[in-house]
Design a protein around this ligand. Structure first.
Ligand SMILES: NC(=O)c1ccc[n+]([C@@H]2O[C@H](COP(=O)([O-])OP(=O)(O)OC[C@H]3O[C@@H](n4cnc5c(N)ncnc54)[C@H](O)[C@@H]3O)[C@@H](O)[C@H]2O)c1
Ligand SMILES: [Zn+2]
Ligand SMILES: [Zn+2]
Length: 351
């Protein structure tokens, strides 16, 4: 009989998630089997948990969710070179086709045929996950597993924040979710001047301040345009939209300096009522951001961590995997930065 394993499964087309015994997968050609140590909860997992419109359109149950993880290689499939059993790895969650124009041109982050681990195929909220060897990212010994578990959103933040030169620039980030908080830290790390971040959640704004934001704005109580006056600037040079909120995005466009550059990561509602005059007459440069650059973003994240980037400041909760409901609840209420679940038994207490 095939061996089984425990996994968090989206079992039915309804809200919720269940811990189940499922067959343990094996590594096919070009793949490895990873035994999980830690898995982090992403906003995407929360969408799947809550079964919102996007999840209903995208997810085909039954599916093992999760794409932010770290573990050890326990089985190596045929034809895999350069990895050993026991090695500690994370992995890029976007599996690309390898044969389209962009993949062949060395731009796989622009592959139009991307498949998502934990979205389109079984993921890392499990004791074991199968990953193509091409997607692995080895983790240096100096980096703790609880941080390596969430290289995925660290990578979203890094890809977005490093899109434009930030040195000496005035930066506005809308949305202090885990990604916005990390982006504020990266802006500080690379030498931006004012780093202003907005949200409607004071807990998360405090985390962003701890990470390096120089001014936080709770848009429920303060206006962005008043902060521009307070800072005595003409507007922001760089914008990073990380809230997915149309009002926040339009306020950002109003607050940009002429010739400013805007990187767009947050997933906005269709149309989002954009005031195109702000874009056209100010000559703004807009850039959509998807995923991470394979694998240059991974390289830069690793080196930033090894040279003192304080990623640990966004890690607010480590919980045992059996307390996963607590983790999803924290995420749903925004009373957290990153929440990392442990499979090893090392973490005993609930959050
Ligand atoms: N493009 C990509 O590849 C990619 C990858 C991952 C995540 N995302 C998207 O990026 C965004 C950030 O991700 P996250 O995991 O940090 O999400 P998150 O949902 O945890 O964070 C979004 C934050 O925006 C805040 N917010 C809500 N309304 C606001 C307003 N009016 N002004 C300012 N802030 C407001 C929320 O309180 C929350 O803290 C999300 O929209 C997510 O879906 C995109
Ligand atoms: Zn993620
Ligand atoms: Zn491709």
């Amino acid at each position: 009989m095939a061996q089984s394993m425990r996994a968090l499964v989206k079992a039915e087309s309804a809200a919720g998630i269940t811990m189940r015994e499922v067959p343990r997968p094996t590594a096919g050609p070009g793949e490895v089997l990873v035994k999980l140590e830690k898995t982090a909860i992403c906003g995407t997992d929360l969408h799947i948990y809550q079964w919102d419109d996007w999840a209903q359109r995208t997810i085909k149950p039954p599916l093992v969710i999760g794409h932010e993880f770290v573990g050890h290689i326990v089985e190596i499939g045929a034809g895999v070179k350069g990895y050993q059993e026991g090695q500690r790895v994370s992995a890029e969650g976007h599996i690309v086709c390898g044969v389209c124009r962009n993949c062949r041109a060395g731009k796989p982050h622009l592959c139009p045929h991307t498949i998502g681990i934990g979205v389109h195929r079984d993921g890392g909220f499990a004791e074991y996950v199968v990953v193509p060897a091409t997607n692995l990212w080895p983790i240096p010994d100096e980096i703790p597993s609880e941080l390596a578990a969430f290289f995925d959103p660290f990578g979203n933040a890094a890809h977005c924040a490093l899109q434009f030169d930030l040195v000496g620039e005035d930066v506005l980030i809308t949305g202090a979710g885990p990604i916005g908080i990390i982006a504020a830290g990266i802006a500080k790390h690379v030498g931006a001047r004012h780093i202003v971040i907005s949200d409607i959640n004071d807990y998360r704004l405090q985390l962003a301040a701890d990470m390096g934001a120089t001014r936080t704005i709770n848009v429920k109580n303060e206006r962005l345009l008043d902060v521009i006056d307070e800072l005595d600037i003409d507007g922001f040079d760089i914008g990073m939209e990380m809230s997915g909120n149309a009002q926040a995005f339009n306020d950002m466009l109003k607050a940009m300096y002429h010739g400013g550059r805007v990187a767009m990561l947050g997933i906005l509602p269709n149309g989002a009522g954009i005031n195109w005059d702000d874009v056209i007459f100010k000559g703004l440069k807009m850039h959509g951001i998807y995923g991470r650059i394979m694998y240059e973003t991974w390289y830069k994240m690793t080196q930033m961590l090894l040279t003192g980037f304080p990623l640990e400041k966004v890690l607010t909760h480590q919980i045992a995997i059996d307390d996963y409901e607590t983790g999803f609840d924290l995420m749903a209420h925004g009373k957290c930065g990153k929440v990392v679940c442990d499979w090893t038994g090392d973490i005993k207490t609930a959050a």
